[in-house]
Design a protein. Sequence first.
Length: 480
Amino acid sequence: MQNYSNLNKIRIETLGCRLNQVESEAAASLFLKENFNVDLSSSTANEEIDKDVVLCILNTCTVTQKAEQKARRIIRLMLKKYPNASILVTGCYAQLSKEEILKIDQRICVLGGQIKSRIEDVPLKLKNALQTQWDPLSFSKEVQTQVSDRLIIKKDFSENPFKLTTNNFIAHSRPSLKIQDGCNSSCSYCAIHFARGKSVSLDVELAVERVKELEDKGYPEVVLTCVNIAQYKGKYQDKYFNFSKLLEKLLQSTEKINFRISSLYPQIVDDEFCRVIASPRVRPFFHISVQSGSDKILSLMNRDYNADAVRSACKKIREAKNNPFIACDIITGFPGECKEDFEQTMQLCRDCNFSWVHAFPFSERKGTLAISLKNKVPQEVSGQRAKELSQWAINQKINYINQWCQKELDAVLETKKNPKALSTNNNLSVYHLMTENFIHCELQTSKVLEMNKAVKIKIIKPLNERITKGGEIEALAELI
């Protein structure tokens, strides 16, 4: 058996939303404090077998059937690539399908998403277990019985929902702060309110404290993340703040750090919200949870807004910000969606002039009302509708980027590639960065730039082929 000194590698992989990314970064910091070697990169099929990895953590998502299928595929890949590792599965899929996951292999332990904060117990237990002969099966059993299966005192709410936080980010140049978790809504297609429980909000003073810490560390921006931003209700002294009041307080309490909002619901875009986001320190990027442009379908989805509310929200945001990047989510093929309903969705997207649409076919979720709805849409029809929307969105993104060519933009450096030959110049390095309005750019320069810092750039041109193929990098840029 290998020595403890060699068995010190941890793999943490994240699926799904930015909330999971925040929590995975926080988990990584807990293991780093115990001197473990932590890797947050994704496992790949062509990766070499690594017997030094003792623990893999997979933070899962349950938003679609494909997300769950991907989680199972990665679990099996981890079992194969890391034969000495215990596999800890957490997140939303783990919350809803614990027994299904445990059946895959005895090296697996499951920590449901609502008790994810108990990961803080694991580093010391792992360190102690490695003092003796290492046995991943025994360790998984210990974590399952002593950590995961402890009595949950408070049902329907996540246990210590804001405990997994950090101001040191390993894999992300732009730190995130979770300000809200859970959801009180019961959208007929969604299982997230089952997985994450009732809505809870981070207290205002604690949010201010954590953002100040990030500003003091020199981060140029922070992403405010949540499940349902419309349900933010943070305590401040003897009052409760909605999201607009929280953002205003964060702006008043800081000097330089910029704010990016991860997602929006149309109903929060009122005059107060628009007054606050008019600040130049609020990034001009807004992702709206829309789902459909048909009022009939929105009603069947149990959404509490209509299509005109989405149009109004986009109009108000554009009045508050200069040509912002506005994106949305759309579900195609929801039960009962006919050709006319889909055309209403297309028309809404055109009316709102979205810069991007994340379109995906309807996916049944166990326990949701949508399963019982009649008039199911064939998968080939919902898939074709999603494809049509996605093609429209590609042209929209190219058009939007063209509008910003040769204009000055703030951007944050995210990754750097080692110097290599580019054309005939061996002195250039390649940097990837993201602009204030969410354009992912590639920058080639001979200058040495500091990562995670803000720079001034201008976009040269969109990379049409990469955008069409779904590549992450969408434009070429140069320093100003």
